[in-house]
Design a protein around this ligand. Structure first.
Ligand code: BGC
Length: 905
């Protein structure tokens, strides 16, 4: 099932109503790892000024209440389970009631289930192919088995099965499973769940997540079979640019761990775990690797191998047991990767006999489903994936570096066959199909889009198609790179969790999707990877590069938890991250007692991929040092750590002063005189007021000198539009947004981009393709302007002291080529919406504010006295508090509800 990743609307309701109930921020999760989970909900109401006066949560198990919060008069839309710690392996239902101002109550219910809490509850043992009795790598089956030199080193995936009898009917059956490697489960011949690339990527040295699936409907009394396919994945396959000899990052052999727990009507339980009772062998999958691709020989299919009654052929042997150490096994805490959308092919270009280039029309992360008709047994089809075409129409694969991104299928000779890889993912828009029998048509090819199933949270549209395309490309950049962890790119031999890319894009990502658990999960890997002296590696999960402690990269340690807290309001993320945050700032401080960050700068990439300028590295580093100290101080304040808050706050002020003393002259010129050099201190508030305006002038002068052209790289680009707009340079911000000359966002769009390119010169009219050593066409960092589309153009933001958007600031910015813009965003309280439109001398502004929150609305107008709401004067309206005119706007404070402002433009 695929969703297309669209925003679902809240329910239309007659009165205050809770919806979207979550447990541990997940919808009806099975197998949560916490005995005191957080329960949360959103609210909808058509009534102005509506708010939840009180709520009550009751948690029950088998109809027996285990906790009653009682009525609580709090505004919160989340609460931690406050009863006795929950029991493992148990289903719970929770009932929520909310009461509005008038005392009327409505309710909603949801379920969740706990997972395995105690290591002792794992009866299963890790199992693997018994390499003691077998050579580790299988020789090719015959000469047609296609392998590149690199894929030749990959071991064939294993097929595992266990037949067992259930003595009684099944009331409830759950399977808890994970792998060192990648796994897919079957039960009685049917696929279990729809998750892909499980167990996902975590720092396997410390933790590997188990997934929980309900298999009640797949099992029955009598003989049953559990089956699994096990591939290498991040565990022992290729990740990053390492050669195979350096690979096997976490281990050499894939392993499976699975435990089935079946409840019978009489209250008894049957537990079946992986152990030496399982059988295993190779099958049609000859190799499967995230970077190299997959090879499937349909002639070797095993029939109904995971069904009861299957007569075992030769080749099945006992699985080897590989220990029972489950100390690193933890419950999955974030949404899995799934097939999120199917894209039909838009064109097929015949390039030669049996050779075609197919265009999906969109650069994605995923794979192809191919229909094959009329092939003879042994016919071999090769699929090569590419983001771009050469000028002669052939696929451009040079930028993939050592990633083969090539799948193979060997036909069994059936009338019709379907091939879809299972354990790989490619970043591509085009696929070359070679060796296809007969005529390939668009109907034979489907693009299957894969990414983490983070719930969509936002939507933005405006009157300018170019800006909409930009937002679309940013969205696709997010989808292509949120694959279990936030990656830099999905295509070449990298796909790593580069920390700067993640922190720079997070504010944009959080407007588009609920990425709370996605990043909280990643932060756990960040904390464990910190060096003993506190440095944060450049890529998380930590792998490949020995570099750590890089300005703007390692600062993800403070920026990511703080941004999550600000967006979602769950203090737990700060509590968990606090030691890591302070250790990081202390690391930089210890190495740089003079407060200018020059020492221990790790890989120091500066303003990565800036154009034509070189922002001073000490300027960039020191600005980030101040920022990290500030966020650490802010975190200490939230956590009630007074002394630490004072100490880090004071440190931040001293760094800011040192920054000014060292880098800023009396005219407000920042050393290096580059756009990013100004943007950083302005965005981070490092300059005294008098120098601020001067710095803005220099920034504007630089832009004007360059005919309003940007020079920013990863670190500066997100700040351009917000800083310019924030300092009265809105039209300049819009000029950059609309620009389509090189370098600009519009340039790539004019040349057909469907995702954000890694570099401004990914492809240019003069040079063609940019430097092949590093030229991804799906890198989200330069797309971090997306945040401003939501917060600036559509105007959905929150007050500096607000968290979880409880104190909204609605400040849309009509301008540029736009006649209208609109956005919707799901805050933790509920949906906020804005829509503005300028036509015939009138500006209209529609605002929807979720229950229990307030909004400061800046109504744009040339004449504040002309502002009306729902055709009535604003003054005197009960839910509107007019704060007064300011700089082209009338500022009003409104309670929750829907408001329709109109004024003279
Ligand atoms: C990655 C970047 C990353 C950078 C560090 C590149 O290879 O793709 O996105 O942040 O290295 O300089």
């Amino acid at each position: 099932m695929t969703t297309g990743w669209v925003l679902t609307d809240p329910p239309t309701v007659p009165a205050l109503t809770p919806y979207d109930l979550r447990c541990e921020h997940l919808a009806e999760p099975l197998g949560i790892g916490s005995a005191r989970p957080r329960l949360s909900w959103r609210l909808a109401s058509p009534v102005r000024g509506d708010r939840q006066e009180a709520f009550r949560v009751r948690v029950e198990r088998d109809g027996v209440q285990v906790w009653d919060s009682g009525w609580r008069s709090e505004q919160a839309t989340s609460v931690d389970h406050g009863g006795a710690p929950l029991t493992s392996l148990t289903d719970y239902t929770w009932h929520l009631e909310v009461r509005d101002a008038a005392g009327a109550a409505t309710g909603a219910s949801a379920t969740f289930a706990t997972g395995i809490f105690h290591p002792g509850e794992w009866q299963a043992r890790w199992i693997e192919h018994d390499y003691e009795t077998e050579p580790p790598f299988e020789p090719p089956v015959d000469k047609v088995e296609p392998r590149s030199e690199r894929s030749a080193t990959l071991a064939a995936p294993r097929y595992l099965r266990r037949s067992f009898d259930l003595p009684a009917p099944v009331v409830r059956a759950r399977v808890y499973a994970t792998a060192h490697g990648l796994y897919q489960l079957n039960a009685n011949g049917r696929r279990v769940g729809a998750d892909e690339l499980t167990p996902g990527w975590t720092d396997y040295r410390y933790r590997v997540a188990y997934q929980t699936y309900d298999v009640t409907d797949l099992l029955h009394e009598g003989e049953n079979v559990l089956g699994a396919v096990l591939a290498e994945g991040w565990w022992s396959g290729y990740v990053g640019w390492d050669t195979r000899s350096q690979a096997h990052h976490y281990g050499k052999r894939p392993r499976l761990l699975a435990q089935l727990v079946v409840d019978h009507p009489d209250g008894t339980r049957t537990v079946i775990g992986t152990d030496a009772g399982w059988l295993e062998r190779t099958g049609p999958l000859r190799f499967a690797d995230l970077l190299m691709g997959e090879s499937y020989d349909a002639r070797l299919e095993l029939g109904d191998w995971s069904s009861p009654g299957h007569v075992l052929g030769q080749g099945w042997e006992r699985a080897g047991e590989a220990g029972a150490d489950v100390s690193t096994v933890v419950a999955a805490s974030t949404e899995p990767v799934r097939v999120m959308e199917d894209l039909p092919a838009v064109s097929v270009d015949r390039r030669g006999p049996g050779r075609y280039v197919v265009d999906l029309g969109q650069n994605v992360a995923g794979r192809i489903r191919l229909r094959i008709r009329g092939a003879a047994a042994g016919d071999r089809i090769r699929l090569r994936h590419a983001e771009m075409l050469e000028s002669d129409g052939e696929v451009y694969t040079a930028n993939l570096r050592t990633a083969d991104a090539t799948d193979y299928y060997v036909s069994a000779g059936a009338d019709e066959e379907t091939f879809e890889p299972a354990f790989t993912v490619h970043g591509f828009r085009y696929v070359e199909v070679d060796g296809y029998p007969g005529d390939l048509t668009t109907a034979d090819v489907t693009g299957r889009v894969l990414h983490s199933d983070t719930p969509v949270a936002g939507r933005f549209e405006c009157s300018d198609p170019g800006v909409n395309r930009l937002l679309g490309n940013i969205r696709w950049g997010q989808r292509g790179n949120f694959v279990s962890v936030p990656t830099d790119c999905p295509q070449r031999d990298e796909r790593l969790g580069w920390t700067a890319d993640a922190q720079i894009f997070l504010p944009t990502a959080a407007y588009q999707a609920d990425v709370q658990t996605f990043f909280a999960n990643w932060l756990e890997d960040l904390a464990v990877a910190q060096t003993p002296d506190g440095a944060v590696p450049d890529v998380i999960p930590h792998l490949i590069t020995g570099r750590h402690g890089t300005p703007a990269w390692s600062d993800a340690a403070t920026i990511v938890p703080w941004t999550l807290y600000r967006s979602y309001g769950d203090e737990r993320v700060l509590r968990q991250a606090w030691p890591s945050m302070r250790r990081w700032v202390d690391f930089v401080h210890t190495a740089n007692p003079g407060l200018i960050w020059r020492n221990r700068t790790g890989g120091h990439y500066g303003d990565w991929l800036q154009v034509g300028v070189c922002t001073d590295r000490d300027v960039l580093a020191t600005a980030y040092f101040a920022r990290s100290a500030e966020l650490t101080a802010a975190t200490a304040r939230v956590l009630g750590l007074r002394d630490e808050a004072a100490a880090y706050g004071e440190l931040r002020d001293r760094i800011a002063a040192a920054f000014v003393a060292e880098f800023v002259d009396a005219e407000g010129k920042v050393r290096g005189d580059t756009q990013t050099g100004y943007l950083l201190p302005l965005a981070f508030g490092l300059l005294p007021e008098d120098l601020e305006q001067e710095a803005v002038k220099h920034l504007v002068a630089d832009l004007e000198r360059r005919d309003r052209s940007l020079t920013t790289g990863f670190a500066g680009v997100a700040l351009l539009c917000p800083v310019l707009a924030g300092y009265g340079q809105l039209e300049l911000a819009y000029d950059l947004l609309h620009d389509d000359r090189y370098p600009s966002w519009g340039y790539s769009i004019r040349h057909g981009a469907t995702t954000i390119w890694e570099r401004w010169d990914g492809w240019t009219e003069e040079q063609g393709f940019g430097p092949v050593a590093m030229n991804s066409f799906n890198h989200y960092s330069l797309g971090s302007v997306g945040e401003w589309l939501y917060s600036g153009v559509a105007g959905i933001d929150q007050a500096p002291s607000s968290v979880a958007f409880r104190d909204l600031v609605i400040r849309p910015r009509p301008g540029g080529r736009l006649d209208w813009a609109q956005a919707a965003y799901d805050t933790p309280s509920g949906r906020v919406t804005t829509r503005w439109e300028v036509a015939d001398g009138t500006v209209k502004l529609d605002v929807g504010v979720p229950p229990g929150t307030t909004a400061t609305v800046h109504v744009p107008t040339a004449d504040p006295t002309s502002v009306r709401e729902s055709d009535r004067p604003v003054a005197g309206q009960e839910e509107i508090d007019v704060l007064g005119p300011a700089d082209g706007v009338l500022v009003c404070r409104v309670a929750s509800g829907r408001y329709r402002f109109a004024a003279d433009a």
